[in-house]
Write a protein that binds this ligand. Sequence first.
Ligand code: PGA
Length: 252
Amino acid sequence: MVKPLIAGNWKMNTTIQEGAELVVKLRELIKGVDTVEVVIAPPFTSIHHLNFLIADSPMTLAAQDVFWEDRGAYTGEVSPWMLKDVGCRYVIIGHSERRQFFHETDETVNKKVFASLKAGIKPIVCIGETLEERERGETLERVSSQLRGALNGVGEGLLRDIVIAYEPVWAIGTGRTATPEQAEEVHNSLRQLLYELYGMEPVRDVRIIYGGSVKPDNIDSLMAQPNIDGALVGGASLKAEDFARIVKFRHV
Ligand code: PGA
């Protein structure tokens, strides 16, 4: 059994002060949790400060995006080495908001995955279908091609450092979550695809987590599904009590 991973994606929210208050509350609420890996992804501007506050807590840090070059004339970008330097262990790559608003493609996702792995940062790769794609019955086709694109050229030795986040676009920030059965169907087919591409052994430790309106009242039934290994939480990760309850999901 792999350790479940619960990650909070703060998106473009929180000042340094607000982030610090949230982390201080969370530290108390999730003290001693060791059966779940807890990751928080604050905005770039807060990472350095929060790195001190999470010491001796179950939390580790993620960034919300990264560029694929190490350094150079790329105004506005942040490299994997810089993320490593500031204390990040993970990075979210290919979130649907980046695909939608910032022209992220499967090719750029793939480059970012490679660059992050090279720097020792673990990618949380987001994939997911739009509502139109789901209604046209294209969900599995869509997420499979996104997954193939993201992992293009990634060898089996690096696979265990990658987390896959299935996030149906229609469930993000809408309050409309996928049912546990809908999510499980996709997770199961992603797992089958990974088996096909890599064989059983390297895939055993790969976590496939679910994101899209995860809340305290739906986390338990989502985590009860055999192929759901954690959650990527947006809105609810900004409320300490809600996020702590999600981290402390119960097996139902
Ligand atoms: P949400 O966001 O939980 O607010 O739906 C999830 C995400 O975008 O990762």
